[in-house]
Design a protein around this ligand. Structure first.
Ligand SMILES: [Zn+2]
Length: 312
């Protein structure tokens, strides 16, 4: 079994300007890692999401606002952090569509109940995007939309979303906090942007937050992650998502958590050891703003994904 990468050079056209942290260099770094170290795996082109698919999570008025705000030239700011330019829309739609396509590919290959893995290498990230609000560089919630779409399938009753991006995935948590069929588990710096993610935010018993103090070390991260996430969740899942952000890396300029490269192998491996086993995995790129941290963190995450599918 090989990792299935869903990616496309279209992501080079979502121009946010060279000084924005979520810029085209991120895609270049990811692409060069995949080309250099994973070229023997499968590569699949994303497709654009439809308006109907966006509506699985976002409200119509908001979707229209996004579609109608793309400028003919220059930049448009949805909010102080979230910038688009003339070619951004295709990236937005590919990022959502690619995340959905991963699940479609699982169905087409009869991979439900199997150890398979997908990595959606796209931009921008999506876990901050709320039902009717852009936030934190993203306008549509790629993971939430893909997960809601997957839940329509009769064999997908329970989904785990693990979000190890250094920021709390407020959009994902808020969307699923009353849905017992989805468990959302997130480790993140706290208190920090976006403000949510405290331990006492538990949804309907389906939200597991692991808040981390600024300057948390690799060792303490592992202890906290095991205590607040791994040991507290005891369900079986039909599908696992990772909101895979690499900005908890010690080199990242946007936060102050001190993870080392190998922590991204560790966190992926411990989740799959406990919750994997005849369960497909869809990992979706979120943040990561130091180019070396992004490359090395992602490489470690992919090594664990590749280990997971080795014996299938
Ligand atoms: Zn982040």
């Amino acid at each position: 079994m090989k990792i299935n990468f869903i990616t496309d050079d279209e992501y080079l056209n979502h121009d946010t300007g060279p000084s924005h942290p979520e810029n085209i260099e991120r895609y270049k770094v990811v692409k060069s890692l995949l080309d250099n170290s994973y070229s023997n795996h499968n590569f699949i082109k994303p497709r654009a999401a439809t308006i109907e698919e966006l509506s699985l999570v976002h409200d119509k008025e908001y979707i229209n606002h996004i579609l109608n705000s793309i400028p003919l030239d220059g930049y448009f700011y949805f909010d102080p952090d979230t910038i688009c330019s003339p070619n951004s829309l295709k990236s937005y739609l590919f990022a959502v569509g690619g995340s959905i396509l991963a699940f479609e590919d699982i169905l087409n290959n009869n991979y439900l109940k199997k150890n398979c893995s997908y990595f959606c290498a796209h931009r921008p990230p999506g876990h901050h995007a709320e039902i009717s609000k852009s936030m934190g560089f993203g306008v549509f919630n790629n993971v939430a939309i893909s997960a809601v779409n997957a839940l329509k399938h009769p064999q997908v009753n329970k989904i785990l979303i693990v979000d190890f991006d250094v920021h709390h995935g407020n959009g994902t948590q808020h969307f699923f906090e009353n849905n017992p069929n989805v468990i959302y588990a997130s480790s993140h710096q706290f208190p920090y942007y976006p403000g949510s993610g405290d331990l006492n935010e538990t949804g309907c018993g389906n939200i597991f937050n692991c808040p981390l103090d600024a300057n948390t070390s690799s060792k303490d991260f592992r202890l906290m992650f095991e205590m607040n996430i791994i040991s507290k969740i005891n369900d079986n899942f039909d599908l696992i998502y990772f909101s895979a952000g690499f900005d908890a890396h010690h080199k990242d300029p946007l936060a102050s958590i001190n993870l080392i490269d190998e922590d991204f192998y560790w966190v992926t491996d411990i989740v799959l050891n406990k919750f994997g086993g005849q369960v497909p995995v869809i990992s979706v790129l979120e943040g990561g703003y130091d180019m070396e941290g992004l490359k090395n963190g992602l490489n470690n995450h992919l090594m664990a994904l590749s280990e997971y599918i080795k014996n299938e």
